[in-house]
Design a protein. Structure first.
Length: 366
């Protein structure tokens, strides 16, 4: 989205006429989800995508008829036989698309503010009125940018928001997915999740590579300079070299932090988990066999780590997909990270009871 907004600003500054299009609501099966955006230029070229296929071509055709208009519009597309894809697949859902012609610096101001909010990476919400009568006022396509403190910082359309806007607004800190309430679409832009990779061996390196590709901000930690360096972790925002005890004892963690512990040995894993288990991290995972995990849990319980903290640790981490090679193991780990980030839970078929419960059962029967 940041790149698309930069391209939009460039186009306006070069006096190019362009339509900003954005998917605001979907029902059923659709090729893209709310928040997907695309720029359409007078010559038919585009930046971004709404999913490709015939429906995207139809959005483009109808947007080009609006490109000289002064007012935005919300268009509805029913994905039936008329919108089959080139390969013959039909989604069968419904899409509502905002089409907004942008021509002047005044038009651009809203998008500049959006770009600034996204660059600050604090999280924000865009509210778009779909049906004013249900929203409690305003006009169709009125839009409001709401920062992480639930304050409107920009609007496009009427300044006064509809009465139902605040009733439907969910705190961005809770990382809601895009949703519709009272015929107001809420498009959510979340703070980037930080992934702390504790252990820079082959698995940690591959996880960092894949996790960066899906939008995690990487911090790599290891006690070996030859493993924790910019050549092996070129996309890492931060590289921390030092003993795990010193590196993690004062490490700053917040509720958007994900942590995986994949060091080269049992003792280092236990040391790292001892420092991190009670942190406010959203996700903590540790690699290892069930036997190894239980041994580490037992040691930490004996030294005072609360049982509730260990019960939240995902261990052994990664989805069970029969992984054997390093890339397969890394893929299983990143899939679990993405699921937890996007769904705030592990899908039912992949959930496992904490091994802390097995330690409970063993202790009760011994």
């Amino acid at each position: 989205m940041r790149n698309l907004l930069r391209e939009l600003e460039k186009a306006v500054q070069q006096n190019q006429q362009v339509c900003y299009t954005c998917l605001v609501e979907t029902r059923g099966s659709t090729p893209q989800k709310p928040g997907a955006a695309m720029l359409i230029f007078r010559d038919g070229s585009q930046i971004g995508t709404l999913g490709g296929g015939c429906v995207e071509a139809e959005v483009k055709r109808r947007a080009l008829r609006l490109i000289d208009a002064a007012a935005p519009e919300i268009m509805t597309f029913q994905l039936d036989n008329d919108y089959g894809w080139d390969d013959g697949l039909i989604c069968g859902g419904r899409m509502k698309v905002l089409v907004d012609p942008i021509a002047t610096e005044e038009d651009l101001q809203y998008f500049k503010t959006m770009g600034q909010l996204l660059a600050s990476d604090q999280g924000c919400t865009e509210a778009i009125v779909i049906k004013p009568e249900a929203a409690g006022g305003g006009s169709e396509t009125d839009r409001y940018l709401i920062d992480a403190n639930s304050k409107i910082v920009a609007w496009r359309g009427q300044q006064e928001p509809p009465t139902q806007l605040w009733n439907g607004l969910k705190p961005i800190q809770n990382r809601p997915r895009p949703y519709v309430s009272s015929n107001i679409a809420y498009l959510t832009f979340h703070q980037t999740c930080q992934l702390v990779v504790v252990g820079c061996g082959h698995i940690g390196q591959k996880v960092a590579e894949l996790a960066n590709d899906v939008g995690f901000e990487i911090i790599a930690v290891d006690d070996r300079q030859e493993y924790c360096n910019s050549e092996r972790f070129p996309t890492a925002k931060q590289l921390i070299v030092g003993s795990f005890d010193s590196a993690l004892s004062d490490f700053s963690v917040n509720r958007d932090t994900f942590i995986i512990i994949v060091t080269r040995g049992h003792n280092h894993d236990e040391e790292a988990l001892g420092h991190l288990a009670e942190s406010p991290a959203r996700y903590i995972g540790m690699i290892g066999s069930r036997r190894k995990v239980k041994l580490i849990f037992e040691d930490l319980l004996r030294t005072g780590t609360p049982r509730e903290a260990l019960a939240k640790v995902h261990a052994p981490l990664g989805f069970e997909i029969g992984s054997q090679t390093v890339p397969e193991i890394a893929l299983s780990i990143v899939a679990e990270l993405v699921a937890y980030r996007n769904l705030d839970t592990i899908p039912e078929g992949y959930r496992r009871a904490s091994l802390v419960e097995e330690i409970n059962a063993t202790n009760k029967t011994s």
